[in-house]
Design a protein around this ligand. Sequence first.
Ligand SMILES: Nc1ncnc2c1ncn2[C@@H]1O[C@H](COP(=O)(O)OP(=O)(O)OP(=O)(O)O)[C@@H](O)[C@H]1O
Ligand SMILES: [Mg+2]
Length: 376
Amino acid sequence: MHVTHLSLADFRSYARVEVPLDPGVTVFVGANGQGKTNLVEAVGYLATLGSHRVSSDAPLVRMGAERAVVRAAVTQGERSQLIELELNPGRANRARINRSSQVRPRDVLGIVRTVLFAPEDLALVKGDPGERRRFLDELVTARSPRMAGVRSDYERVLKQRNTLLKSAAMARRHGGRSMDLSTLDVWDQHLARVGAELLAQRLDLIATLQPLADKAYADVAPGGGPVALEYRSSLGADMALSRTREELYEQVTAALAQARKQEIERGVTLVGPHRDDLVLGLRGMPAKGYASHGESWSYALALRLASYELLRGEGNEPVLVLDDVFAELDTRRRERLAQLVAPGEQVLVTAAVDDDVPGVLAGARYAVSEGVVERL
Ligand SMILES: Nc1ncnc2c1ncn2[C@@H]1O[C@H](COP(=O)(O)OP(=O)(O)OP(=O)(O)O)[C@@H](O)[C@H]1O
Ligand SMILES: [Mg+2]
C-alpha cells in the first residue's frame, strides 16, 4: 500500500499542511527542527495509533490547539480509502473511514501499515523490556489488526487483577480478614486466556522474524552476526513454552497458581506477557550491555528491516519510513541500505543534509522549512 496524500491540522508544529505523495521514494530535507520527523510521525500514527517518540498524544497536538487531525488518502492495489483521526488528549479520539460516520480508532488499523526506523529505536536494544514488548506487539498487530483488541483486553484484565491483588495485599498487611479468593480465580482465567493468545502470537512472530533478522543484520553489518532472538518468559526461566494457545493457557494458569502467594504478598501480577522480554543475542552474547554503539544501532535497524520483509512477504506491503538514518552510516553502509530499500512500494526518508541520501534513492524531494513543505 502507499499513501497518496497526507493532510495535518494542528499536528505538532503544523497548523495546516497538505502533502501529496507518490509511490516510490520521497525524501524530506531540511535543517534541524523544521518539521521533517513530525510528518513521518503522523504517517506512523495512522498505522499504530501511537507515536514512536512519545507515549501520550498530548505532545502531538500543536501547542495552544485543542485537537489535532491527521488525514490520509491510502491506495492498496485498486482500492483507495480516506482515513481521518482526530486526537483529543484527555478525551476519546475519533476516527472516520471514507467520510462515513465515526468508527473506533482501532478500526482504522491495517489500512495504513508502516515500518518506521528512527534514532529512538536504539532503545530497542539498549532500553527496558517494555520497548521490546512494544516492538513485538506492534508487529503482531500489524500482521493481524484484531490483536489490537486482544492487547487492550489484556491491559484491562491486568489492571483489574492488579487492583484486586493490591487490596488483598492491603487487607493482609493490616491484619484484616483475608479476602474471598474466588474472584481472583475468575481473573486468573481471563488473564490466562487473553495472555495465551498474545503469547502465541508473539512466539509465532519471533520464529518467523528470526531468520529475517539474521539476514538483515548480515546485510547491514556484514560478518558481524549471527543474531538470535530469544523470548524470555516470566512463566518460569526453564519452562519450554508451548506454541499452541490451549497449552499456553494451561502454562499461564499453572504459573499463576504457583505465583499466587507471592502475588498476594506483593499486590501485583508477576506472571504474564507484560513481564516478558525479548533477548537480543549477538554472537552468543546479549546485545544489551555488551554490543557497541554501532552494533546496537545496526541491530535496531536490522529488526526494522526484518519487520519490513516479514510484512511484505505476508501481503500488503508497508510504507517504509527511514527517519534520520543515513547520517549515522558510513558511505558503504549508506549505499547498501539504499540498494536494499530502493525497490519498496513507498519509502519516506528524512535527512538534514541532502547529500547524505544516496543517489539510488531518486524520487520526489521536499524541502521542509519552518513548517512549509515545498516540492523541489
Ligand atoms: N506540539 C507541538 N506544538 C508546536 N510545536 C511543536 C510541537 N511538538 C514539536 N514541535 C516543534 O516541532 C519541531 C520539531 O520538528 P521535527 O522533530 O519534525 O524536526 P526535524 O525537522 O525532524 O528536525 P531534526 O533534523 O532535528 O530531526 C521543534 O521545533 C518543536 O519545537
Ligand atoms: Mg527529525
